[in-house]
Design a protein around this ligand. Structure first.
Ligand code: ZN
Ligand code: ZN
Length: 306
């Protein structure tokens, strides 16, 4: 049933390959520019509690124009009206909107799209938190293929929404169809040869992209990181292991690093690197891991098939 999607994906790849390098850079720049404009418009509205998608305040609900902003639950949105939203917006559109919203509130910290915490059986498994609301998007390989021999034999995803920690929409309430566009993006993203990486734009990054940045250029990452005394605010926990020479690290060097950390707000990992940089016989390594405050991915228990 997904043969046509695969065919479209194949032809997309061929087209992409023939695109001249120059052209593809131009395309990428245009896309970036478009996202930047959209994002600026989004932030302007967000700060006034207005939805950038429909132009109405977050607290209004109009049945004539179903909108993804209902999911923020600042309006009297009822669970039974959820299908109206997904008739108008597909998975990638809803994800982008909720990521932008979460990012505007607390950067990457409340977007858990960590691959490490997700099961191999999943196409995607992402939990996003914003204020008192938590959304989880879940799609297993079985969902993507469609549950054969049932009414839900079409490619779909599942959604959970909690308000103040209480269930509002359950994973099994809806089998939400993946749009053709969703399916194409998923096929391309899971094909290492396609060279396709979907971007959710400037406000769309989650913890995975954040951790990727550490892996790519740890020095830069550590240098730019700011330490926080409030554990609720951090996104990454950094642990440094310092190996000193036999006679130890001079106490005044340690004091200097601590003082620098206090005064600049930079992380200890960074300050030790600066202070102990040219010290003979000192080696340092830093391990970064997602902070405790990153919400856990809400897990869906799949029905066992007999
Ligand atoms: Zn709206
Ligand atoms: Zn399913």
């Amino acid at each position: 049933m997904q043969d046509d999607i695969r065919r479209v994906a194949e032809s997309f790849k061929k087209q992409a390959n023939v695109l001249a390098q120059e052209e593809s850079i131009q395309h990428f720049e245009m896309q970036k520019e478009k996202y930047k404009k959209e994002y600026t418009a989004f932030i302007d509205s967000y700060e006034q509690d207005i939805c950038y998608l429909c132009g109405k305040p977050f607290k209004t609900i109009s049945m004539a124009t179903p909108c993804a902003h209902w999911l923020l639950r600042r309006c009297k949105f009822k669970k039974k009206d959820f299908p109206k939203i997904v008739e108008n917006y597909d998975f990638y559109q809803i994800s982008a909107f909720l990521r932008w919203v979460a990012n505007a509130e607390s950067r990457v910290r409340n977007i858990n799209n960590l691959k490490e915490e997700s099961s191999d059986r999943k196409i995607f498994e992402v939990t996003i938190k914003w204020k008192n609301v938590e959304w989880t998007f879940d799609c297993s390989k079985n969902d993507f293929e469609g549950h054969a021999g049932t009414k839900t034999d079409f490619p779909h995803w599942h959604f959970q929404m909690r308000i103040d920690g209480n269930q509002f929409i359950n994973f099994n309430d809806y089998h939400i169809p993946l749009s053709k566009d969703d399916q194409l993006k998923i096929v391309l993203e899971n094909d290492p040869d396609s060279g396709f990486i979907h971007s959710f734009g400037p406000g769309g990054q989650g913890m995975q992209e954040h951790m990727d940045r550490f892996a790519e250029s740890p020095d830069e990452f550590i240098e730019n990181a700011l330490s926080t005394s409030n554990p609720e605010e951090g996104s990454v926990h950094m642990q440094s292991i310092i190996r000193g020479p036999e006679d130890g690290i001079p106490g005044e060097k340690i004091d200097a690093a601590m003082k620098m950390a206090r005064e600049t707000g930079k992380t200890l990992a960074h300050c030790f690197r600066v202070v102990l940089g040219d010290e003979e016989g000192v080696s340092m390594s830093t391990i970064a891991s997602p902070a405790e405050s990153v919400p856990e991915i809400a897990k869906r228990t799949e029905r066992k098939r007999r």
